[in-house]
Design a protein around this ligand. Sequence first.
Ligand code: GDP
Ligand code: ZN
Length: 351
Amino acid sequence: MIHLYTYGWNNKLNQLKQDSAHKALFHGRVTIVHRTCYEVISENGMLQCELTGNMMFGKSDFELPCVGDWVIFQLFDENKGVIVDMLPRERILYRKKSGTIADKQAIASYVDKAFIVQSLDDNFNVRRAERFMVQILEEKIKPILVLNKADLGFEKQKIEEHIKHIAHQMPVFFTSIHQPQTIHQLRESISEGETVVFVGSSGVGKSSLVNTLCENSVLLTSDISLSTGKGRHTSTRREMVLMDDSGVLIDTPGIREFGLAIDDPDSLTEMLEISDYEESCRFKDCEHINEPGCAVLEAVNSGILDHKVYESYLKLRREAWHFCTSEHEKRKRDKSFSKLIEGVKKYKTNF
Ligand code: GDP
Ligand code: ZN
């Protein structure tokens, strides 16, 4: 039998299940999402599941189960099931869906830590690290910056100078798959039952790190051949691996850039360490653009606050505002649309 506690199951989840309408059914955690098929790890092993029509009805894409979700299912064959419900989600890593204004996509849920992986060559980019960090902090997930390929030779002091404003928000690890000590330190940062998601461009070494961290583990994929004919390694694949009984690692396919999907642009000043200056602005509602007595601008002009950090802040804030207002309007539209439908239904029943 598989102990789901090593996969992150806990008393709180158990209570949620007991309070649900399906307490007599089985539960499990989604390990991979294929187009319409979900692989779920349960006490009885890995299952292939589908959703009931009810689970899909009236839902946006981001509300459908994603990797990491805890689901309730009905078993209908030895290794097949139908998902009938999902426990309330927590700590979901979202990103804005590319090509949309306010649609978001759930990457993984019940995430405790996110490893933002960059390699110490051309890939290192502090602006991208900020962007990932902001989105991750927004979801109350702990970000950790993993700077990989440390064996390639790099200027540590220069790198540390670049990241000093974000290093307070997230621990930084310099790693190399060729230097076991660095991997050991990274492993030590993951506790039992914790879920860690790896994000970053492809080629930075995410899969190599996952493999090195769990040398003795097997990727949690079943060898099903999919109807798409593409086999296991489709581009939408996300794989969950159990790290020697102590943590759950989720590898994501190269996510180079994150479109921000955050609801509270005001939190940005704190995340980027601008809030200390902000407190001294003359006006409480100062937007730090051209107001008199703006302490943020003063800090930029006197060189205490890196103007690149300031510009990055403005850019992220604009993006977050844009997302929030569009999302707000979308919700309003959805609301009035459902009112309209209700109205039509009433109208019909009256005649
Ligand atoms: P992913 O796309 O982020 O999953 O990256 P991969 O794990 O596939 O790694 C991409 C390439 O980088 C492979 O050729 C790895 O062997 C190499 N690589 C990964 N980690 C390191 C490292 O620490 N140092 C060096 N020199 N190469 C690495
Ligand atoms: Zn100001």
